[in-house]
Ligand binder design. Structure first.
Ligand code: SF4
Length: 448
């Protein structure tokens, strides 16, 4: 009988990586590795890295340094690095980190079981080849469907947009969409296992299908998913403002299951900066699309991403960003200081906004967003929200779920409510969550 081997996966960055880590756990589960939250007990440690956020390589090296001690005390422990940093660094990582066993790129997840087997035999390996064209479609690993109420389903990968600050097209490759029949089948299987909510996932989901003859576009895919029995809620992330099309906007009016939330990364409120970022829309285009979404789905929650300190960003440009935030009224925002990604278009521009100025702008932006998020959340107090209950919260003292607009809600209740849509009266609001009470009397829903 083979002994149980333990796998510890540390995930950096975006939701795409979280989803890839789930696939890694599922793939390695098939060859005897069981997930653990305790890295000190692991037989295999995988760092699934991200190049999109701040100083990614330093973070990877410092995390590897932390695990060196474990490797020294357990010679059989295997260490692997995957994701975008692995894709960029390839074999160089093996040379720089002599105690590292495996490097695998963003297109090579399916090779992991065999790479791990060879590493168990003492080999050190790096595989970062890109797979392009139709062959890649067969390599989308099937999602792990071990349960839960809400699941992510990858519908496309890669990106063709080449925003000038972004490394994704270089480390994830060209955009490719999965076959719709396969996606619908996967979601149907998830629904049969009790999943109620799916989030369609990709680098730019709303350009889904545009390059695939005979496949629906993203709006068409949403309509197919909405037909799947058992699925009560549909979300998607992340989308590109330029690809928010009239048919997609219409879906927000016509598909009841489509949640009233759109994550729409703006990145800047200044036309000059947006042009330099190669985003393909103006401030006015962005605001028009937000207005159309709000008109067609009153109460829709808009969230976004913003970068401060992009090359050449003046104080006036930055103020345009702040004013755009106020015009949109973002419910929440991810915000970052610009930092150069070698090899991208923006790497050719002087990184000329002083570090102190970047930090000061980020502070101002986050202060404004904090105020707006709190105001948004307070606006829910006294309303009745339909909450899809995901389970018991981290503290273990209350139930946890989300509104259709993706606001987190905690409330006292029977854990048997997990998986159900429950009406909750919101009683208190904080920056990150809402608190409420189960609405015994039923009653109408106030806000989407
Ligand atoms: S749309 Fe732009 S920011 Fe988003 S992944 Fe593609 S290149 Fe990067």
């Amino acid at each position: 009988m083979t002994s149980v081997k333990l796998l510890y996966v540390e995930t950096f960055g975006c939701q795409m990586n979280v989803s890839d880590s789930e696939k890694i756990v599922a793939l390695l589960g098939k060859v005897g590795y069981h997930p653990t939250q305790d890295s000190s007990r692991a037989d295999l440690i995988i760092l699934n890295t991200c190049s999109v956020r701040d100083k990614p390589e330093q973070k990877v090296y410092s995390t590897l340094g932390k695990f060196k001690r474990l490797k020294n005390s357990n010679r059989r422990l295997l260490l692997a690095v995957g994701g975008c940093v692995a894709q960029q660094e390839g074999e160089r990582l093996l040379k720089k980190v002599p105690y590292l066993d495996i490097v695998f790129g963003t297109h090579n997840l399916h090779l992991l079981p065999e790479m791990v087997r060879q590493a168990e035999d003492g080999k050190r390996l790096a595989e970062v080849g890109f797979i392009d064209g139709e062959a890649r479609l067969d390599l989308f690993p099937v999602e792990d469907s071990t349960g839960g109420v809400s699941r992510f389903v990858t519908i496309m990968q890669g990106c063709d947009n080449f925003c000038s600050y972004c490394i994704v097209p270089y480390v994830r490759g060209r955009e490719i969409s999965r076959r719709s029949a396969e996606i619908v089948q996967e979601i149907g299987d998830l629904a049969a296992k009790g999943v109620k909510e799916v989030t369609l996932l990709g680098q730019n989901v709303n350009s889904y299908g545009l390059k695939s003859a005979g496949e629906p576009d993203f709006a068409g895919l949403l309509r197919q998913v909405a037909e799947i029995p058992g699925i009560e809620r549909i979300r998607f992330t992340t989308s590109h403002p330029k690809d928010i099309s009239p048919p997609l906007i219409a879906c927000f009016a016509e598909l009841e299951k489509l949640c009233g939330h759109a994550h729409l990364p703006a990145q800047s409120g200044s036309d000059a900066v947006l042009a330099k970022m190669n985003r393909g829309y103006s401030r006015k285009d962005y605001l028009n699309k937000v207005a159309a979404l709000k008109a067609i789905r009153p109460g829709i929650q808009i969230t976004g991403d913003m970068i401060v300190g992009f090359p050449g960003e003046s104080e006036a440009d930055f103020r345009d960003t702040l004013s755009l935030m106020e015009e949109v009224g973002f419910a929440d925002l991810f915000s970052f200081k610009y930092s150069v990604r070698p090899g991208t278009g923006a790497a050719g521009y002087p990184d000329d906004v002083d570090g102190g100025v970047k930090q000061e702008r980020l502070n101002r932006l986050q202060e404004l967003q904090l105020k707006m998020t709190l105001e948004t959340n307070k606006g829910f107090v006294g309303t009745v929200q339909e909450v899809l209950v995901e389970g018991v919260n981290r503290r273990g003292d209350q139930l946890f779920g989300r509104t259709c607009g993706n606001r987190a809600v905690n409330f006292a209740g029977d854990p048997a409510l997990t998986g159900s849509s429950t009406k909750v009266m919101i009683t208190r609001a904080f920056r990150n969550s809402l608190f409420g009470e189960v609405c015994e009397s039923g009653g109408g829903i106030d806000v989407s």
